[in-house]
Design a protein around this ligand. Structure first.
Ligand code: MN
Length: 453
């Protein structure tokens, strides 16, 4: 049996108990869980939260499952420093799924008039949000021409008992499917997966690749075994058998309705929406389902989901252009999309600029790329800024390229047009005199042995 969300939470509870917080207080679905996560984040704590007693909620709500780099490592069965290697090796195999006939996702089946989205414990995150939002939903659909499946995260706003507002503003594969289905006058059948093991999230919503790859094959690759699927009740699709909640329905052709605003990863309320409408035909769920939320806005969880998969993607590209690139980090402070730190062993002057141009070409959201030497840990922002402070002179180390394509969601951009800044904070290959203070390795090794906590 594939691992599921609850088995992951059980493992966290057993192996890293400090990483799980069960909240029994009676909280409102509106704002209070988000406030709770945010307050602890400000104090440097990023546990998995289980809200057991939300008012008017029939299920527990779990959120912040991917709220720390440590839990990516935990899910991948590795350490934080090896996430990138593990991610790359798991993204490159294809393990086809396998169909099962029975699964707990069919414990409860609501169809027709029984369908009621408003009875699900969907959180409202921010004051200016248009309403309650399903933020963990992986939307599965078939390419209307090839039948190949796509699975991707999309925000879904609960409008009423059987209607979701959905935005396809990333304009990627699902948007393309819907556009082609609509041109044929067809609704696009979809299933929304809510609540599954992180490895399934990694292989579907967090994986990016060509449109002709079936993302269930990649989910299998991340799991290391075939993803078990079960057929839907009302649409011609299959969904992971161990999911917590499934919403089945159709994105309507030729219908648009206002949706949003929604608190985005930038930390600002976004009115950007493609205004699609998803009509729900069935909801199935496990008995005592766990309803999964992803913390919206400028949060560790939301932004980590942008950053952590982007690092191996960019690393692959940079390593081809400048083989001596060592590491890549998308810091939280840069909304995990706009800033990027790269370390390298410079062997020729000018290489940092090559890396910077390659990064801007690969990831159009980037506004700032800082390149440092290999002795700097790019995951420790204070080290990167220390290198900028002590190894860089702005008249030679900084360059700006005006009016490039950037992120639409950046409120400081001019309708998506943005300036790109590159900073080369590497030491010159010759003529540098200052020596970095270091303690001898044997002293460090001895102390490391003594530190048991
Ligand atoms: Mn895709």
């Amino acid at each position: 049996m594939n691992p599921d969300l609850r088995s992951f939470i059980d493992r966290v509870a057993k192996e890293t108990p400090g990483d799980l917080l069960v909240v029994k207080d009676a909280l409102d679905l509106r704002y209070e869980p988000t406030a709770y996560v945010d307050e602890l984040a400000k104090r440097g704590r990023h546990p998995v939260f289980i809200f057991e007693n939300l008012k008017e909620a029939k299920f527990s709500v779990v959120t912040n499952v991917l709220g720390s780099r440590k839990r990516y490592a935990f899910a991948l069965g590795t350490t934080e420093d090896k996430i990138m290697t593990e991610w790359l090796s798991r993204s490159q195999r294809f393990i086809p799924p396998r169909i099962v006939k029975e699964a707990p996702i069919k414990d409860c089946v609501w169809k027709g008039a029984e369908v009621d989205l408003t009875s699900l414990p969907v959180l409202t995150h921010f004051r200016d949000d248009g309403g309650p939002y399903i933020t963990s939903g992986i939307v599965v659909a078939r390419d209307p021409d090839t039948g190949i499946r796509n699975a991707s995260f999309h925000r879904c706003q609960v409008k009423n008992r059987d209607t979701l507002g959905i935005s396809l503003h990333s304009r990627r594969h699902l948007w393309d499917y819907q556009r082609r289905a609509e041109a044929k006058g067809q609704n696009l059948e979809v299933a929304v997966i809510i609540g599954c093991h992180p490895l399934i999230h990694f292989g579907t919503g967090l994986w990016r690749g060509p449109i002709d790859v079936d993302e269930y094959d990649i989910a299998g690759s991340f799991l290391g075994e075939p993803l078990e699927l079960i057929s839907c009740e009302t649409v011609d699709l299959h969904v992971p058998a161990q999911s917590e909640v499934i919403v089945e329905g159709e994105i309507l052709a030729g219908v648009r309705e206002d949706e949003g605003p929604f608190g985005e990863f930038t930390g600002y309320s976004s009115h950007n929406s493609t205004r699609h409408v998803l009509k729900v035909k069935a909801i199935t769920h496990r008995r005592n389902a766990i309803f999964q939320d992803i913390v919206a806005g400028f949060s560790q969880e939301h932004n980590g989901m942008l950053a952590i998969p982007a690092e191996p993607r960019l690393m692959e590209v940079l390593a081809k252009v400048v083989p001596s690139v060592r590491d890549v980090s998308y810091p939280f402070s840069g909304t995990c999309r706009f800033h990027c730190y790269v370390s390298m062993k410079k062997v020729a002057e000018g290489q940092p600029k090559t890396a910077i141009f390659s990064a801007f070409a690969e990831d159009t959201s980037l506004k700032l790329v800082v390149v440092v030497d290999e002795d700097i840990d790019v995951h420790r922002e204070e080290e990167v800024l220390w290198a900028v402070a002590t190894r860089m002179q702005a008249d030679r180390g900084v360059f700006v390229v005006p009016r490039c394509m950037g992120a639409m969601l950046d409120p400081s951009s001019d309708a998506g047009l943005t300036a790109k800044m590159g900073i080369d904070a590497t030491l010159p290959l010759t003529g540098w005199k200052a020596k970095r203070c270091t303690v001898p390795e044997d002293a460090r090794a001895r102390v490391k042995d003594l530190i048991k906590y």
